[in-house]
Design a protein around this ligand. Structure first.
Ligand code: SAH
Length: 220
């Protein structure tokens, strides 16, 4: 029996539970979101050198100038996705480490995620395979254009911030669907929710946030 490995597992469960307490204090109260976040091992999605900080409520570097989102932000955005009725199909723009994707995959039947940096995407796909998350379809593309071939989506979540709203994303929502997106220039970003009602969109600002920028094109 490998006692040391068992020890590591238990430690990460304890630190994960501490993170869940912090999320509750920050007013995350969707039980499904809290449960999934207590189960998905965030340490698998960060570099080994940073593993000891994986259950701190902070964003961390994942290479290529990008970051894994802060757990609170993942929880908040996931709660917003689940506010919709009968959420079957969600698109994430900005796969990054794949952590947010993994959380979504345990809560929504079909998850689509696009990333513009190939090595990050390949790395995330490997994590999905290891965790047997089989309901994720990924695309290597500039997600500012959404994923027209797979549209419409019940919800779209963007994990990098454009300065102005990418209209293509709004067009790929079902009626009643929600776009959850940080927007604005560095230092002045806010998280917004746009809900489609027929051909109109209701816009709501949630809170001040800090995301990496949504960039154009692809990197091999
Ligand atoms: N959800 C990720 C967030 C990673 S940071 C996580 O928690 O790990 C945001 C990611 O968006 C980066 O990986 C970045 O490369 C990606 N990104 C930025 N602009 C993009 C675009 N136009 N299309 C697709 N991905 C983009």
């Amino acid at each position: 029996m490998n006692l040391s490995l068992k020890g590591v597992g238990m430690t990460s469960q304890r630190t994960r539970d501490r993170l869940i307490d912090i999320l509750k204090q920050l007013k995350i109260n969707n039980e499904k979101v809290l449960k999934v976040m207590s189960e998905i091992p965030r340490h698998l999605f960060v570099d080994e050198a940073l593993a000891s900080r994986s259950y701190d409520n902070v964003s961390l570097p994942i290479g290529h100038g990008q970051t894994i989102s802060q757990p609170y932000m993942v929880a908040l955005m996931t709660e917003q996705v689940l506010l919709g009725e009968k959420i079957k199909k969600v698109l994430e723009v900005g796969t990054g480490s794949g952590y947010q994707t993994a959380i979504l995959s345990r809560l929504v039947p079909n998850v689509y995620s696009v990333e513009r940096i190939k090595p990050l995407l390949d790395n995330a796909k490997e994590k999905f395979r290891r965790l047997k998350l089989n309901n994720i379809l990924t695309g290597y593309s500039d997600g500012g254009w959404g994923w027209p071939a797979k549209a419409p989506f019940d919800a779209i979540i963007v994990t990098a911030a454009p300065e102005t709203l990418p209209m293509a994303l709004l067009e790929q929502l079902v009626d009643g669907g929600r776009l959850i997106i940080p927007m604005g220039e560095k230092g002045k970003q806010e998280l917004f929710v746009f809900q489609r009602v027929g051909d109109k969109f209701h816009k709501k600002a949630l809170e001040k946030v800090s995301f990496v920028p949504l960039l154009k094109g692809k990197i091999a």
